[in-house]
Design a protein around this ligand. Structure first.
Ligand code: BGC
Length: 803
């Protein structure tokens, strides 16, 4: 017995030692990933430390004698050169990588980090260079709303998702949104917002499409530039992401995009190119994926030849979080900053510097780009942020922008709601409205207005029978109504089950209420792609709910409206005939319910138009042949510890590599080419008023095509129109899309009978195509057709020009 006891003790003892050893090394490893910046080798210069809200910053006023780099009257390049000269090699290499996720978030030493920030550019205290904080994301600033030992909150405004902003086609308005986002960053001490996203909607299932703008690069580029200009007007930076061809979440860290140079240039790079040229973002984030065999973060052709040499990008490039592979290769390619930064990267950089594979010139180049950002930051100017942005004012901006990007898809004498008071609200999402997507594109907002609340605020009455059914249903499904937060939200999408209404209940609603509104909700986000069943397709409960509600309400001579509270394209062709009106509300941020009510009530005349096509069938999309249709979620741990599949024979199509076989035929370019009917075309959207397109005129002067047209509001309600200019090249020598969007504009709010003349100036070079053989842009001579329309399939005027 004693013997066994002794053995047991030995076994337990060894196990304990083993656990301790694993624990110890595990902790060192985890620490090296999350906290990597140790600045004990740097001796502090005479800068005062100031503390705002418990977080420590360097106050540069503490220093009386200025070095050149400290003198803000000197040009940035001189200041950068001076500080570069003063830095040690170690300090320089430190700058190339962030301080780790944990220390950025404030989980490390006291006085370090901002809760919710996800990255930093490390400080160089000896020289008085401050920490630069980076935080998500595309729909508004994402920081933690509460802090330890603080009894106040740090909420941010949840603005509409990127796709909705693109649906406004209103660059001035989007700039205003960007400005408000940037102001929140400034006031919360964040120096760079990790957004906007400018990836193309290649396929409806990309889980992050909601963060992106459109299937078209010209719309993407112009909306993206507007946001960047708005954000950066505050003296904080934007990070345009994810550069480039990051069009699926499945195996996003290792997926290799096989793509032609032409598709890359004309479609996937084009939007980024426009943003760079029109707004010079402070930073760009390279993507996780590879392009034609090379990680984008190690791709010199993309990051140096194209971005810097061809487009004159002046900012810095950072990796996506824990992305890429070899740290030295990343710097060499022109990816200047590794985020959030790991100890492994530090070791690799030091080693590469010591053995000469990474030269001092290469290091200095990246460091100087980083220094430029630091020197131009508000932190360097000693801006004292107050942690009190004007959230009330920003709520007004988000409400206004959300209603302007909602798209009226169908309206048979139903909207605006005129003589109805009591509304039967159906579907869980009507009460549990979705403000935005999940993952890093989410925002921690103080509140979110549901459709129910929005309608009530506008003076409507919510039918209590329908409301009680929802309340009881929720009580019985409490667990499924618990919203996952943070990383959990990325792993388990929030999707409470739909209510099944009985015929009796529907009959009752039709008797009691004046009108019915059914909301269909969908949500998605970072880490996984969408799927067909129960997502792209309505499920049978939803289809029956629409059909049966319409039957009972129509019998009672009452109308039914469907509101789509979704982040990406769904199937609409099979059910759109039933309801009397369909409003694509997207995910409108924290004021979403109010914004929908503004449209339904007629307080706002809808003027959003589709930034992508709604197809009849999913496989109408050319990209459908090469997309992971039933992919599983990316395991979060893969991001940190995953490995790429190396043996060619083991690689799985659409997972390890994705063939962009459709080339340039993305979205409407494909549907037009093969003459397919669609459910709703690119550029489509209804208004409560009508517009006439008159007095067109087109001239070509100095290689610029001037297109003029007058838009007249012909009905008795004020409204805005989105005017779109498409160009096509009849009898081209090469395979080209039938038409391509080249310019667009939104009118002002035109009063009844009011007109506005719009002028577009399109450089002839924008009509070029990418020639694979000549490796360059070619402008074909000859006749082009310039088409001015209200959508891609509603061309009002077509005229020819000779180039
Ligand atoms: C996302 C980025 C985001 C970053 C930091 C990554 O997982 O792909 O878009 O900015 O995390 O949160």
């Amino acid at each position: 017995m004693k013997k066994y006891f002794k053995r047991l003790l030995i076994i337990l003892g060894s196990l304990l030692v083993l656990v301790l050893i694993i624990g110890f090394f595990g902790w060192i490893y985890v620490k090296s990933i999350f906290f990597t910046f140790e600045n004990n080798f740097i001796e502090k210069k005479d800068f005062k430390e100031i503390t705002i809200d418990g977080y420590t910053f360097l106050d540069r006023n503490g220093n009386e004698k200025l070095d050149v780099y400290e003198d803000s009257s000197k040009p940035t390049n001189e200041r950068v050169a001076d500080v570069l000269f003063q830095m040690t090699v170690e300090e320089k290499i430190h700058l190339l990588k962030g301080s780790g996720l944990g220390s950025a978030m404030g989980m490390g030493k006291a006085g370090e980090g901002i809760p919710g920030a996800v990255g930093t550019i490390v400080p160089t205290p000896r020289l008085g260079l401050p920490t630069i904080y980076l935080s998500d994301g595309p729909a508004g600033l994402r920081i933690e709303p509460t802090r330890k030992d603080k009894d106040r909150t740090y909420y941010c405004t949840a603005f509409p998702i990127g796709t909705l902003l693109a649906s406004t086609w209103n660059t001035n308005l989007v700039k205003e949104v960007g400005n408000a986002m940037g102001n929140e960053a400034l006031e919360y001490g964040i120096d760079v917002i990790l957004g906007p996203g400018a990836n193309i909607h290649r396929h409806p299932f990309c889980g992050r499409n909601f963060e992106y703008f459109s299937e078209d690069p010209v719309l993407t580029g112009n909306i993206g530039a507007a946001i960047v200009n708005g954000i950066e007007a505050n003296g904080v930076g934007a990070s345009l992401k994810h550069f480039v061809a990051n069009n699926q979440e499945t195996n996003r860290n290792f997926n290799d995009v096989i793509i032609s140079e032409r598709a890359l240039r004309e479609i996937y790079l084009k939007g980024f190119e426009i943003v760079v040229k029109k707004s010079q973002p402070w930073t760009i984030m390279s993507s996780y994926n590879k392009v034609n065999g090379t990680y984008t973060s190690e791709n010199k052709k993309l990051l140096t030849d194209i971005l810097r040499n061809d487009w004159d990008f002046e900012g810095l490039v950072m990796t996506d979080w824990f992305g890429g592979n070899s740290a030295p290769a990343t710097i060499k390619a022109g990816n200047d900053l590794l985020e959030p930064g790991t100890k492994r990267q530090w070791d690799a950089l030091i080693e590469a510097q010591e053995n000469g594979t990474l030269t001092m010139e290469e290091i200095d180049l990246s460091v100087s780009r980083i220094l430029k950002l630091i020197i131009e930051s508000k932190k360097m100017q000693n801006y004292q942020f107050g942690n009190n942005p004007d959230l009330k004012e920003h709520a007004k901006i988000t409400r206004k922008s959300a209603s302007e990007g909602m798209v009226l898809l169908k309206n048979e004498n139903t909207l605006p709601i005129r003589n109805a008071k009591n509304i039967a609200l159906l579907g869980v999402t009507s009460f549990d409205f979705i403000a935005g997507g999940t993952g890093s594109g989410d925002v921690n907002e103080a509140y979110s207005v549901s459709l129910e609340e929005g309608l009530k605020n506008t003076g409507f009455q919510i039918n209590s029978t329908a409301k009680n059914i929802f309340e009881n249903y929720k009580k019985n499904h409490l667990k499924q109504f618990e919203k996952p937060e943070g990383i959990k939200a990325m792993l388990t999408p929030y999707a409470p089950p739909q209510i099944t209404y009985s015929s009796e209940q529907l009959k009752q609603f039709a008797k009691e209420a004046d009108i019915a509104i059914i909301t269909i909700g969908r949500n998605s986000g970072e880490g996984s792609d969408r799927v067909e069943e129960d997502d792209f397709l309505l499920n049978s409960i939803e289809k029956e709910m629409i059909e049966n509600t319409c039957n009972y309400f129509h019998k009672a001579n009452k109308k039914v409206i469907v509101v789509l509270n979704i982040g990406g394209v769904i199937e609409t062709a099979s059910w759109k005939a039933h309801p009397d009106a369909i409003l694509l509300a997207w995910q409108g941020g924290q004021e979403g319910g109010n914004s929908v009510a503004d449209i339904l009530s007629g307080n706002v005349n809808p003027s959003g138009k589709l930034p992508m096509t709604f197809p009849i069938h999913l496989n109408d999309h050319a990209s459908n042949k090469n997309f992971p249709l039933n992919a599983e979620s990316t395991n979060i741990l893969d991001m940190l510890f995953g490995k790429e599949v190396e043996a060619e024979e083991d690689k799985i199509k659409n997972i390890d590599y994705t063939n962009y076989e459709e080339g340039i035929y993305v979205g409407y370019r494909h549907f037009d080419k093969v003459k397919l009917d669609v459910s709703f075309p690119f550029g489509y959207g209804l208004s409560y008023t009508d517009f006439k397109y008159i007095s067109p005129n087109i001239t070509v002067e100095n290689d610029t095509i001037n297109v003029m047209v007058t838009i007249k509001n012909t009905k008795d309600l004020a409204g805005k129109e989105v005017v779109q200019v498409y160009v096509s090249k009849p009898n081209s020598n090469v395979d080209r899309p039938e038409q391509e969007l080249k310019a667009f504009a939104k009118t002002k709010d035109l009063a009844p009978n009011e007109s506005q003349s719009i002028i577009f100036q399109i450089p002839a070079s924008e009509l070029s195509y990418w020639d694979e053989n000549k490796s360059g842009w070619i402008l074909e001579k000859g006749v082009y057709s310039i088409q001015i329309g209200a959508s891609s399939r509603d061309i009002k005027i077509a005229m020819e020009v000779e180039i």
